[in-house]
Write a protein that binds this ligand. Structure first.
Ligand SMILES: Nc1ncnc2c1ncn2[C@@H]1O[C@H](COP(=O)(O)OP(=O)(O)OP(=O)(O)O)[C@@H](O)[C@H]1O
Length: 265
């Protein structure tokens, strides 16, 4: 599904983290239905970009600068969660060890971190049923009563994905989804992400792991030191030369069955 209104439209954004200016003049547009990977080394500005999209950070207010999601620059945070399902590492780190899997998923309805500590957050039977069905869809019903501190990283990641899916968002924004997973967990999660994409969701993947970019991604944006240094069709952008330049190390990039991997040169 591609419509004229861009999913994400950032124009001339100047963004600070503390005293550090991460973006001086960032512009980036992502169309609905165009699966995109944003690739950059440590410090490139990837998490800052995620915070910009989830409205945890705002650009400096000035003429001609804006961050629009589906054409709107003002969003109720709950409404935004229905459109963009964001799974970030920063979010994962906020959960205390005792929160159970089902509560992680349910917390998506409240944009909160868990529900147990907030007596006013009282999920309805419909919300509980929806959370259960999301866990089922992710093959994770066994995690419903398991404490997050007792889960493997892959299981934790699955519950957080469930949290993002409770509203059935049109777009999934994933932050290094397979980082720290073993090969089985990684391949299973990539399989799940591909299924979610085939169900019609737009994927925006923010990462420095080239091997977690699924074949469905059509466009790649290279980010370095807060600037877009290349942007285009995946086959044009994912080359040994470009990535060697981006990561400032010699490498050989190879492709097999639609996946890319890098080895030292
Ligand atoms: N809270 C903060 N205060 C000041 N500077 C920050 C803060 N958070 C990040 N930065 C700086 O902003 C720049 C971009 O950081 P960001 O975390 O967005 O990069 P990243 O691409 O996500 O990196 P990584 O891959 O290591 O997570 C870096 O120079 C970083 O040092």
């Amino acid at each position: 599904m591609t419509t004229d209104v861009p999913l994400i439209e950032i124009e001339n954004a100047e963004v600070y983290r503390g005293d550090t200016r991460v973006f001086e003049n960032l512009s980036l547009r992502i169309a609905q239905g165009r699966h995109t990977a944003i690739l950059g080394p440590n410090g490139a500005g990837k998490s800052t970009l995620l915070r910009l999209l989830s409205r945890e950070l705002y650009p400096v207010h000035r003429e001609g600068s804006s961050v629009r999601i589906l054409g709107h620059d003002r969003w109720d945070v709950f409404e935004l969660r229905r459109q963009l399902g964001v799974v970030s590492h920063e979010l994962q780190m906020q959960y205390t060890r005792t929160v159970r899997g089902l509560d992680v998923v349910l917390s998506g309805f409240f944009s909160s971190v868990g529900i147990g500590y907030h007596s006013h957050l009282n999920p309805s039977p419909e919300q509980r049923a929806r959370a259960q069905s999301v866990l089922e869809q992710l093959g994770a019903t066994a995690l419903a009563q398991k404490a997050i501190g007792e889960m493997s990283s892959g299981e934790q990641r699955r519950c957080l994905l469930g949290r993002a899916l409770v509203h059935d968002p049109a777009c999934l924004v994933l932050d290094e989804p397979t980082a720290s997973l073993d090969l089985k967990a990684k391949f299973e999660l990539i399989g799940t992400i591909r299924q979610l994409v085939h169900q019609g969701r737009t994927l925006v993947l923010v990462t420095h792991h080239v091997d977690e970019i699924p074949p469905e991604v059509e466009r790649v944006v290279l980010l370095r030191a807060g600037r877009v240094v290349a942007d285009g069709k995946k086959s044009d952008i994912l080359t040994s030369e470009r990535l060697a330049d981006l990561f400032e190390t010699k490498m050989h990039l190879a492709e097999q069955r639609g996946f890319f991997y890098a080895i030292p040169d």
